[in-house]
Design a protein around this ligand. Structure first.
Ligand SMILES: [Zn+2]
Length: 235
């Protein structure tokens, strides 16, 4: 198993680690701050410094054994010491988008009895698919204003871990349909926007809703009676 440093500190942008396995230009590390992708959040990019040279990490993924693999297009020996560096401007933009997704999710649920069905978070814009009943284009300003009102409250965002049994008894923690719950070793991570919302999530988050900024809906696609696709941008 690779220790996931981003779960305890989403702001960690560099770290030391040891190569535990390698093949075909990919390396697994004993610990990593690279997010391997999942839940709509893309994998990180960055570099590994080895013996004074910087090698780009272009892709990151996890395997079924819980190891995180980094694509470096180079053969590194098992036991090598590396220093990992995350492409921080990119990651921070994605973390802001991720926070936005939590707020959009909760506003959609409270105001329109909606639920997220798919997400693709990005640096410049994010796509959020929602199941919304009785929603149409005329309500976009109301949706956007309600989301921005939450962002402006600058609420703290924090994570804690609960037992899987408690998670199973609290269905309101499951918000994104069609996504596997982040259960690991009988424990589930819950991300809370203090005083507003809590949902199960294994991604990386900013410290407060104020850090997310101000959102704008830049495109709306009607995908059927209840299925709507919204593109959001942050400023
Ligand atoms: Zn999250």
């Amino acid at each position: 198993m690779t220790a996931r440093l981003y779960l305890d500190d989403a702001y960690l942008s560099s770290f030391g680690a040891v190569v535990t396995a390698a093949h075909d230009g990919w390396v697994a590390l004993d610990r990593t701050a690279f997010y391997p992708g999942g839940g709509g959040q893309p994998p990180d990019q960055g570099s590994l410094a080895v013996d004074g040279s910087d090698i780009g990490v272009t892709e990151v993924k996890e395997d079924q054994d819980g190891r995180v693999w980094h694509h470096v297009h180079a053969d590194l020996g098992v036991g090598s010491t590396v220093e990992g560096r995350i492409d921080w401007p990119r990651r921070h933009a994605v973390m802001r988008a991720h926070g936005l997704m939590h707020v959009v999710n909760s506003v959609a649920r409270a105001r329109f009895r909606g639920a997220i069905t798919g997400v693709q978070l990005g640096v410049d814009r994010s796509r959020i698919d929602l199941r919304l009943s009785g929603f149409d284009r005329d309500r976009l300003p109301e949706f956007e204003d309600a989301v921005n009102a939450v962002l402006a409250r600058d609420l703290p965002i924090r994570a804690h871990v609960i037992p899987e049994a408690e998670y199973r008894s609290r269905p309101e923690l499951v918000r994104t349909l069609n996504v596997e719950p982040p259960v690991a070793a009988g424990r589930v991570r819950v991300v809370e926007i203090v005083g507003f919302d809590a949902q199960a999530c294994g991604g990386t988050h900013v410290h407060s809703t104020g850090e997310i900024g101000t959102s704008r809906i830049i495109r709306y696609d009607n995908k059927g009676r209840d299925n709507k696709r919204l593109y959001w941008e942050l400023a």
